[in-house]
Write a protein that binds this ligand. Structure first.
Ligand code: BES
Ligand code: MN
Ligand code: MN
Length: 455
């Protein structure tokens, strides 16, 4: 531990500057106009992996954005850790809400502000620096493979193809991912589950063209009114989702499991204050921890239609649309839920309109074991680095590829995340604490050490 701390201390400034260089690439996977920046970010990651001592470092093209792969095999009899991360980021919009530009990393109050600072550049880069540290100090205890992709934020479609085609190359004993959150540096935790996702776009069409709202208003249904009614009907008075069959496959936790989950520290007042809301909302009968961890949800992510320009325009629009996502829990299936949603939405649409449902990407939910050697290694690493045993929690976000690792490679995952829920992922002013960045770089070599020892 002392050797680790000394190395991190001696290289702090460079570790930060290299991350800042990575954060300067606007590697937004969703928007084709950034394709060259995404590519440049991949080149940078590959070069840093080579500099740190990685072998066979390659940038693999896909039908979309490329995958960076590299490895260090020290001894075939040692266990192998497959590190997964993503160098792509979410779009930075709305730009005007950023205090400093999203792709000009800036430190304020000990935190790095930039798109991708926490999700996931700041987090996967810790693994490259921890690898450099282990190489430089001659302490590499496991074989290590890196697979850093550029399409996580758009559903990882092409990673699936890569994984299926490269099973031998990716053979390992565990997948290690830092792309989730912990409670705080004072209360370390390990996420033991991720929610799945079904994402759809709906379009409601009324009259065959935009109409004068005075001439036709009152006689023709307004698609925006109908769409908002349909959306409102998707939750009942207990905030449960009304789609028939939606909850059929939901794995209910035992009372003991729910009790354990709710033992994690949670301060409702601070939570409300941080978000600027007077009251919380959610499915009746469940706590906030349960609502975001073990229960499925339905959210409207965007809605549009009619005139939203300056001033006023009296129009009865022809169309209205919305993007809707559903977070899923074990044992719900993304395709089944998408089909249930589609059937229900088409059924509840009144005759005044027609509706079209278009599925986007999805992902399966996942739970990670807490009784494995890898989990114990993560627990011990965190205990040594933080002085406290981590609390197991269930995360609300999704990393669709985790279930694929299990199904295609037969590998379980450890979610050793160092972000915070309040790091503004996908929001303006995304940030990552410098302290968490360095703490992560210190903890990762301990994971490798204990994983080798316990295996
Ligand atoms: N790193 C997040 C997922 C995450 C965040 C898990 C916080 C746990 C805690 C990941 O990059 C992400 O944003 N995933 C998307 C899904 C994807 C298919 C767009 C998500 O959760 O919305
Ligand atoms: Mn992420
Ligand atoms: Mn993300």
């Amino acid at each position: 531990m002392q050797k680790i701390k000394e190395y991190v201390e001696a290289n702090q400034q460079r570790f930060l500057e290299e991350l800042f260089d990575l954060l300067r690439f606007p590697s937004v996977s969703a928007d084709p106009k950034y394709a060259a920046d995404v590519r440049n970010a991949a080149e940078y990651v590959a070069q840093k992996l080579r500099d740190a001592g990685g072998n066979n470092v390659e940038i693999y093209p896909t039908a979309g954005h490329p995958i960076v792969y590299g490895e260090k095999i020290i001894d075939a009899s040692k266990p192998t850790v497959l590190v997964y991360g993503h160098y792509d980021v979410q779009p930075p919009d709305p730009l005007e809400l950023w205090e400093t530009p999203p792709f000009e990393p800036t430190v304020r109050d000990g935190k790095i502000f930039a798109r991708g600072a926490c999700d996931d550049k700041g987090q996967f880069y810790m693994h490259i620096k921890a690898f450099e540290l282990m190489q430089a100090t001659g302490t590499l205890a496991c074989n290590v493979k890196f697979m850093i992709e550029g399409e996580e934020e758009v559903g990882s479609d092409n990673l699936g193809t890569f994984v299926k085609a490269n099973k031998e190359r990716l053979a390992a004993d565990v997948v290690l991912i830092s792309d989730t959150a912990m409670i705080s540096l004072d209360t370390p935790s390990l996420e033991t589950g991720l929610r799945g996702l079904s994402y759809v776009e709906v379009e409601v069409t009324g009259p065959n063209r935009d109409l004068h709202s005075g001439v036709y208003g009152g006689a023709v249904a307004n698609p925006i009114t109908i769409l908002t009614k349909l959306i409102a009907s998707l939750h009942d008075e207990n905030n449960r989702i009304t789609i028939p069959g939606f909850y059929d496959d939901v794995a209910e936790l035992s009372d003991a499991e729910r009790k354990a989950l709710n033992e994690a520290p949670f301060n409702e007042d601070e939570y409300k204050q941080d978000l600027g809301v007077k009251a919380l909302w959610g499915e009746k009968g469940y706590t906030t921890i349960e609502r975001t961890g073990i229960r499925p949800t339905l959210e409207v992510n965007g809605i549009w239609g009619g005139y939203i320009g300056k001033g006023a325009k009296t129009v009865l629009p022809s169309k209205a649309s919305a993007k809707i996502s559903m977070r899923l829990v074990p044992n719900q299936d993304s395709d089944t839920i998408t089909a249930l949603f589609t059937k229900h939405f088409e059924r509840i649409a009144p005759d005044y309109v027609s509706v079209k449902v278009t599925p986007h990407h999805g992902g399966q939910p996942a739970v990670t074991p807490t009784d494995s050697v890898a989990y114990r290694a993560a627990e011990q690493a965190i205990e040594e680095a933080f002085g406290k045993k981590p609390i197991p929690t269930r995360g609300g976000g999704s990393i669709p590829i985790v279930s694929l690792f299990e199904n295609e490679l037969g590998l379980k995952t450890v979610l050793m995340g160092f972000g915070l829920d309040s790091d503004n992922l996908h929001s303006p002013n995304e940030k990552y604490d410098i302290a968490n960045y360095f703490k992560g770089i210190e903890t990762i070599p301990l994971f490798h050490k204990y994983f080798a020892e316990l295996s």
